[in-house]
Design a protein around this ligand. Structure first.
Ligand code: NAD
Ligand code: AHE
Ligand code: ZN
Length: 375
């Protein structure tokens, strides 16, 4: 079949919207009509050329929602008409990782996914006979896409596509980092670095978990009201404090008899390795946990004095907020429908596919929070 898609033709170039060819679903695969997709900073990261796994030409996008329109042989868990959210972290429930119960990082199809291919080692996308790569197993910047059935979560059909697509990455990553990865307790202190599409969801996760002090750090003052809107109690712009950020935050988090300072939990939502170090060092001696969410480019590394870890700080990372997609994503959609979490205000632009590059421009300009393409 033919489908319209925004194709990443080369690193650093705007996406090109065109008609491409899409082969139907093979065994164990499903064809999805994508109804809406968010634009995550990770799409920008890959498009920029910084992603060591980046492939071109490819169809980016991993934060979508849509309807199953066809299924391949042997598919049993979803059927035509089901409303689904594509999962860049699948949940096969059979691989050693899924069975371990220690991680959400299903390994069943990770190798081919990283090669931009379906599990059988081929691509469903092409244009004029030239292969186009899939991206993160999702390629939601195409109006129609094919995924393995283990990489779709069936969700409540009452939920609007143009908001629940955000659960496909940003919402689940931010809230999951708090609940699944850090396991934040009531009364905790926390610092969130980067108040964008992920950081604001960390903040609403912290509010949900009952954190007392939620400090937001961002170099863009326009993010302050956004943080406050979702539960941030203090805002710090590192450019405006007139000194080093770490001692400033350590001092700010000194409470009562605790004259040591440092937050119980810190979260990097920037992808900046200097910020990751600051986040670790701003966590509390003895028990502070610092969660790396941001992704950093090829060749970039994090560093700290081992003393920071010897003295009890814990450096952790999280992908997709530690969520097991087929199990947890439908629950998060239900939380949204029940009003337990907010999504609508964070969607600050709705675009057509032809306007998709505007979404990247707004991200570069620090304007708004999340842009969504509605097909
Ligand atoms: P975004 O562009 O919406 O937000 C980034 C925010 O960080 C912006 O508000 C920006 O002003 C702020 N910022 C930039 N440099 C800063 C600095 N030095 N100090 C403080 N704030 C700074 O991006 P996003 O969509 O929220 O994504 C954030 C990061 O999370 C990206 O690296 C993205 O690739 C990554 N990510 C990871 C996962 C995962 O599963 N681990 C999932 C989604 C996104
Ligand atoms: N390709 C990058 C890795 C990027 C990365 O870490 N991606 C996250 C999701 S970001 C969503 O916006 C992830 O799921 N990681 C686990 C995995 O298996 O990729 C690189 O640096 O190579
Ligand atoms: Zn993402």
């Amino acid at each position: 079949m033919k489908t319209r898609a925004a194709v990443a033709v080369a690193a650093g170039k705007p996406l090109e919207v065109m008609e491409v060819d899409l082969d139907g679903p093979r065994a164990g695969e499903v064809l999805i009509e994508v109804k809406a997709t968010g634009i995550c900073h990770t799409d920008e990261f890959t498009l920029s050329g910084a992603d060591p796994e980046g492939l071109f030409p490819s169809i980016l996008g991993h934060e979508g929602a849509g309807i199953v329109v066809d299924v391949g042989p042997g598919v049993t868990t979803v059927q035509k008409g089901d409303h689904v959210i594509p999962l860049y972290t699948p949940e096969c429930r059979q691989c050693p990782s899924c069975l371990s119960r220690k991680t959400n990082l299903c390994t069943a199809i990770r190798t081919t996914q990283g090669q931009g291919l379906m599990p059988d080692g081929t691509s469903r996308f092409s244009c004029n006979g030239e292969r186009i790569f899939h991206y993160m197993g999702c390629s939601t910047f195409s109006n129609f896409t094919v995924l393995p059935e283990t990489a779709v979560a069936k969700v409540n059909p009452d939920a609007p596509f143009e908001t629940i697509c955000y659960i496909g990455c940003g919402v689940t990553t931010g809230i999951g980092a708090v609940i699944n990865t850090a396991k934040v307790e009531q009364g905790a202190t926390a610092v969130v670095f980067g108040l964008g599409g992920i950081g604001l969801n960390v903040i609403q996760g912290l509010r949900l978990a009952g954190a007392d002090m939620i400090i937001g750090v961002d170099v863009n003052n326009a993010k302050k009201p956004w943080g406050e809107r979702f539960g941030m109690t203090h805002f710090v712009n590192p450019k405006e404090i007139g000194g080093d950020l770490v001692p400033y935050l350590v001092n700010l988090t000194k409470r009562g008899a605790d004259q040591i300072g440092g937050a119980d939990y810190t979260f990097d939502c920037t992808g900046n390795t200097t910020v990751m170090r600051q986040a670790l060092e701003a966590s509390h001696r003895g028990w502070g946990q610092s969660i790396v969410i941001g992704v950093a480019g090829a060749g970039q590394e994090i560093a700290t004095r081992p003393f920071q870890l010897v003295t009890g700080r814990v450096w952790k990372g999280t992908a997709f907020g530690g969520a097991r997609g087929r199990t947890d994503v439908p629950k998060i959609v239900d939380w949204y429908l029940a009003g337990k979490i907010e999504i609508d205000p964070m969607i600050t632009a709705k675009l057509t596919l032809d306007e998709i590059n505007k979404g990247f421009d707004m991200m570069h300009a620090g304007e708004g929070i999340r842009s969504v393409v509605v097909y």
